[in-house]
Write a protein that binds this ligand. Sequence first.
Ligand code: IMP
Ligand code: MG
Length: 187
Amino acid sequence: MTPENREPKMQLTVLIDAEEIQNRVKELGSRITNDYKDKQLHLICILKGACLFLADLIRHLPADITLDFMALSSYNEGRHSSGEVRIIKDLDCTIQGREVLIVEDILDTGLTLDYLSRCLWARGPKSLNICTLLSKPSRRIKEVPATYVGFEIPDEFVVGYGLDYAERYRNLSTISIMKTNETSSSY
Ligand code: IMP
Ligand code: MG
């Protein structure tokens, strides 16, 4: 077998195009702006997947928001969740007494955001809400209340607009379903 034959073949099918994403992000921005008027909003972006979403979202928010970043790991390379969540990069600033909004790429089993919410509530924020670009309700293991959801999507593995497969495809401006010739349904 040649090395090329060992590489799984990736097939990408657009699920949400760039214009739909941008329109929805703008709508979410308006809702958040309205809900947090007269409040000092502090956003926590979950790296790396939510970075494109955050960058677009904050351009629809008032100028005086503040930002922080956190990196977690619930997936190893590829598609399989270990079920274990680790903090790889913690926050730089305290969230005590602050109006906090978590910005995440996708709510899948809910294990990551369930863990993260409990961890952040223990640090004494005034409020803590979740904004996720995508949600796969049919995959949920832990119920996590997300106040802002961009799109509910079917049980498919998606890449693009920040979401990766083995660190690739984050730079696509669309969200696409990825199938390989190795696996097509369970991940
Ligand atoms: P959860 O803990 O199962 O909710 O998974 C959350 C994390 O899994 C997300 O932040 C993503 O990093 C990753 N993830 C879940 N589904 C997908 C997908 O379809 N494509 C890429 N990453 C995914
Ligand atoms: Mg993520």
